[in-house]
Design a protein around this ligand. Structure first.
Ligand SMILES: O=P([O-])([O-])O[C@@H]1[C@@H](O)[C@H](O)[C@@H](O)[C@H](O)[C@@H]1O
Ligand SMILES: [Mg+2]
Ligand SMILES: [Mg+2]
Length: 283
């Protein structure tokens, strides 16, 4: 059964590539995108997010009619967010919708695939860079076919950390985000960066460009594919509370080394958004 999921992974790669064409075409189109909002006035969605997700799910259903789905925009439209043991495609059609709306050039299509709640493969296509990141459990991580390896750095003071601000703007959450940023920056680290997409941030960890990425408030579709790409590139994943990573907890630390992840955790003012597996529909 060595190649049990290879067909599915090949399909994910071609679906992500096709989705990327649709995204690039939408960016070339002169007509303005209609921008709608979801959980907050800065949590954006466009018709292109919805169109891309439908295209991916439709194409998968034709080839793998028994498989299950967790798709960001389907959940937003009321579909259940349920991770079972079934083969499940976990889809973020556009990771970096705010970037997409503003033409900030980091936009990803993220497709993870889990069986028995374990990630089997992850595909992240950075559409504007034309970089196809892939990982298959136990078989390494790649970018455009070239093997990926995390950074060897073990000193957080010599590191770049990726972080994001998320899309919650209540004062308490914003304060916690800034407390963490201030602590991390003053360690000191060489720098703090953020691509505006969780998936690409994780691929940057896998590529060795940044030592670690952390965020609180992400959803399972933001990190499912990226988590496997990081671990297959030799990295480690933790929850921001220092426990084992849990794709439903909405908290992630992805790092090159355990020592870096654990040092980072000490500086993060962690908090607990409503878990993905406890959230009502239409979040
Ligand atoms: O909504 P979307 O563009 O798919 O995904 C986004 C993430 O990738 C980003 O890193 C995070 O800060 C945002 O809160 C949002 O979740
Ligand atoms: Mg996303
Ligand atoms: Mg998205």
């Amino acid at each position: 059964m060595a190649d049990l999921w290879q067909n599915a992974m090949d399909h994910a790669v071609s679906a992500a590539r096709h989705a990327g064409e649709v995204v690039r075409e939408a960016l070339r189109d002169d007509r303005k995108q209609t921008v709608m909002t979801k959980s907050s006035s800065v949590d954006l969605v466009t018709q292109t997010d919805q169109k891309v997700e439908k295209l991916i799910i439709q194409s998968v259903k034709e080839k793998f009619p028994t498989h299950s789905f967790i798709g960001e925009e389907s959940v937003s439209a009321g579909e259940p967010l349920l991770l079972t043991d079934a083969p499940t495609w976990i889809i973020d059609p556009i990771d970096g919708t705010t970037n997409f709306v503003h033409t900030f050039p980091f936009i990803a299509v993220s497709i993870g695939f889990s069986v028995n709640k374990q990630m089997e493969f992850g595909v992240v296509y950075s559409c504007l860079e034309d970089k196809m990141y892939t990982a298959r459990r136990g078989r390494g991580a790649f970018c455009n076919g070239e093997p990926l390896q995390v950074s060897h750095q073990e000193d957080i003071n010599q590191s770049i950390i990726a972080a994001e601000f998320g899309s919650t703007r209540d004062a308490e959450t914003v304060d916690k985000i800034f407390i963490s940023l201030r602590r991390v920056l003053s360690l000191p680290v060489h720098g703090i960066r953020g691509a505006g997409t969780a998936a690409i941030n994780m691929c940057l960890v896998a590529s060795g460009c940044v030592e670690a990425y952390y965020e609180i408030g992400i959803h399972v579709w933001d990190v499912a594919a990226g988590s496997l790409i990081v671990s297959e590139a030799g990295g480690v994943l933790l929850d921001t509370d220092g426990g084992p990573a849990d794709l439903m907890s909405r908290r992630i630390v992805a790092a090159n080394r355990r020592i870096i992840a654990e040092r980072l955790v000490k500086e993060i003012e962690t908090f607990s958004p409503i878990r993905d597996d406890a959230a009502p529909a239409n979040q």
